[in-house]
Design a protein. Structure first.
Lengths: 252, 425
């Protein structure tokens, strides 16, 4: 009971943080806190196997994948609040209410009545007892769940699979292709020029300058060019900096 | 086991002290061994054999300026090193250092293990997976691309190699009939598991290097590509915590390998037969730490020998080689164990089967590899008319005469010959 009263405030705070956090990564962290606390509660209730599995499966693997997605999808992007499925909000509220009622009833039952049977269940060892139940009376449910999970995994693989249209080019073919490009179109066969060779700045959005002061377009990554985020980096900027450094004196 | 509170506290503090001292020692050990491998001396000035060098470096590190970068997410940035360090220490709660001993100056008997869980090994897996959070969050919160890439790499790496690692554990559980560390050590009284479970042992050793982000798998902090990876933006004590966590994790996986495959704290082969007391009292701690140190040496040896893998090679190796091999081996062990229990398989049949399997494996090694894509060797070497511009860029013909040795090289050779003559004379 001590473990519960110590952990419960943390869990409630973390759960609130999960809902209220501005940044998605903070919400994911709060979820991790809730799950680890839950695992500790399992341990305190005499279920060490569940404790380890809870952390390995949820906190370890699933949360990590979750974080992955969050980081890659773009954390800063604002979510669209438009309702894509009609009646989704009302449905969500109804389900939440039912689920809340279920939770309250479940917790109330376990709090009011005395809890019995843990010692009997753990008699032959916690892991052994669990195994005897899972591979004994509940083996069918266990296998069905396993089949369901495998199906889900296969589905994920099929959805994420991309058919390769052509053969993968070897390093040699890439090199030869570049030289052919040079022969026919005059494209430089080597690397693209690096950005920011201009001493004022070494950021990727600062283009390299040719000896005559003109800008080398290809020295800035294509996405930045497409988004029009290239710094001018021309003569006028040099003059501006020079004026900042030596006020009152014209650099030219 | 029910120890009094003061015993529990004493053991916890001792584990902490041992781990911190072992880390200081390991840093020195690594530097000295790598130095020897590279024909250098290594730190040898401060203290006997330079042993206090890591202490001096630690103090220096702690006194450096503690930077919090502007673009960082402050809370997570500070939390990350703590999250990386604490689980590293937590894992040691279930590692058995030795058998039951008497605490000196008292009459209390206790096992040299903080606590014994029935799911001890799973507990270690769980706790170490929390440690990865520290690395991932450090990468994310630093607000730097290098750090983010390092953090992502690290988590992908740990998730991938944890699967192979867990599968190699399964076979040990099957043999020992338990997941508790102390019972696994007890089950290895006759035979250490690295012998009957060689494939599991090898898979574990590879996976543990991948799991701890050590060379040749140190992609998360690949200094050639990512500056410092996830800890690029960290300095002072926060960086020291990451450093500490990495070294403690190294010792942790070594200790797990010792416990699961090398008989834990048991005396090395043959010693217990010659000397009765080898497995009693505090001696086992020595054997345990010695075996762990052997693994640390392996880590250092790998670092001194192998270049870093490319990221896609590393992932391909993990998913396409290591995990299928571990799966197949696990199924084989399950079948064998079942057949043994049913009595359909005696020892000779098992040995014969193992021999056949070994021969088949060796034969596959000797078979020529599948090289369908490569052109045959017997291509006509001399082409009648060579076009220097055929590839688009001017190249010299393949049969072009070698560039004559440059004059200055000739001079150098002459000088060298003269010096040699002088020294011979």
């Amino acid at each position: 009971m001590t473990a519960f009263w110590v952990l419960a405030p943390f869990m409630v705070l973390a759960a609130l943080g999960l809902v209220l956090a501005r940044k998605a990564v903070h919400a994911a962290l709060c979820l991790a806190v809730v799950m680890i606390s839950l695992a500790v509660l399992y341990a305190a209730q005499g279920a060490p196997f569940l404790f380890a599995v809870q952390i390995v499966v949820y906190t370890g693997a699933i949360m990590m994948l979750f974080l992955f997605v969050l980081m890659l999808v773009g954390v800063e992007s604002a979510e669209s609040l438009a309702e894509s499925i009609p009646g989704q909000r009302i449905g969500a509220v109804v389900v939440a209410l039912v689920f809340g009622a279920l939770g309250v009833v479940g917790v109330a039952q376990s709090v009011t009545g005395a809890v019995v049977g843990v010692d009997a269940a753990n008699e032959g060892g916690n892991v052994e007892g669990l195994a005897a139940l899972m591979f004994g009376p509940y083996v069918l449910a266990f296998e069905a769940t396993a089949a369901l999970l495998i199906t889900a995994v296969l589905g994920a693989m099929v959805l994420a699979h991309r058919e390769r249209l052509g053969r993968r080019l070897t390093q040699r073919e890439v090199a030869e292709g570049r030289l052919q490009d040079y022969a026919h179109h005059g494209t430089h066969p080597g690397q693209l020029p690096t950005p920011g060779v201009f001493a004022r700045h070494n950021a990727v959005d600062t283009p390299a300058l040719l000896p005559d002061g003109s800008v080398v377009e290809t020295s800035v990554p294509a996405p930045l060019r497409a988004r029009d985020q290239v710094r001018p980096g021309d003569r006028s900027e040099v003059d501006a900096v020079a004026r900042e450094l030596e006020p009152g004196e014209d650099p030219r | 086991m029910n120890d009094p509170v003061w015993v529990v506290v004493l053991k916890a503090v001792l584990i902490f002290v041992i781990l911190v001292l072992y880390t200081l020692f390991n840093i020195w050990f690594e530097r000295r061994v790598v130095a020897r491998m590279q024909h250098r001396v290594g730190p040898n000035v401060n203290g006997p054999f330079g042993l206090l060098q890591s202490l001096a470096d630690g103090v220096k590190l702690a006194l450096k300026e503690d930077l919090v970068v502007k673009a960082a997410d402050k809370l997570v940035y500070v939390l990350a090193p703590i999250l990386a360090t604490i689980p590293a220490f937590l894992a040691w709660a279930v590692i058995p250092f030795g058998p039951e001993v008497r605490i000196p100056f008292t009459d209390t008997y206790t096992a040299l293990q903080l606590t014994d869980l029935p799911v001890g090994v799973l507990y270690v897996l769980a706790v170490t997976s929390i440690g990865v959070y520290g690395i991932v969050l450090a990468g994310w919160s630093s607000g730097s691309t290098y750090a983010l890439l390092g953090g992502l790499r690290s988590s992908a790496q740990v998730i991938s190699y944890e699967v192979a690692m867990g599968l190699s554990f399964v076979t040990v559980f099957l043999y020992a009939g338990s997941m508790s560390t102390s019972e696994i050590v007890a089950a290895q009284e006759d035979l250490w598991y690295f012998l009957p479970l060689v494939p599991s042992f090898l898979i574990y050793v590879v996976a543990m290097v991948g799991e701890t982000n050590r060379a040749p798998f140190d992609l998360p902090e690949a200094e050639g590509e990512l500056v410092g990876g996830f800890h690029t933006e960290y300095s002072s004590l926060k960086f020291a915590l990451f450093f500490l966590a990495e070294y403690v994790n190294m010792v942790t996986v070594s200790a797990i390998a010792t416990t699961l495959f090398l008989g834990g704290w048991r005396a090395p082969f043959g010693l217990a037969q010659v000397w009765e007391g080898a497995n009693d009292g505090y001696w086992p701690v020595l054997w345990f730490l010695g075996k762990t140190l052997g693994f640390i040496f392996l880590f250092i040896w790998l670092r001194g020998t192998l270049p870093r893998l490319r990221y896609d090679q590393f992932m391909t190796f993990g998913w396409k080689v290591l995990i299928p091999a571990a799966l197949a081996w696990t199924v084989a062990v399950i079948v064998l164990r079942k057949a043994q229990q049913e009595g359909q398989l005696d020892r000779t049949a098992l040995l014969v089967a193992a021999g056949v399997a070994a021969v088949v494996l060796l034969a596959t090694l000797l078979l020529p590899g599948r090289r369908g894509d490569e052109p045959a060797e017997s291509e006509p070497a001399d082409e009648p008319d060579f076009d220097a511009y055929a590839g688009g860029y001017p190249v010299p013909p393949p049969q072009a005469p070698h560039v004559p040795t440059r004059p200055w090289t000739q001079t150098a050779i002459a000088h060298h010959a003269r010096d040699k003559e002088d020294s011979d004379a």
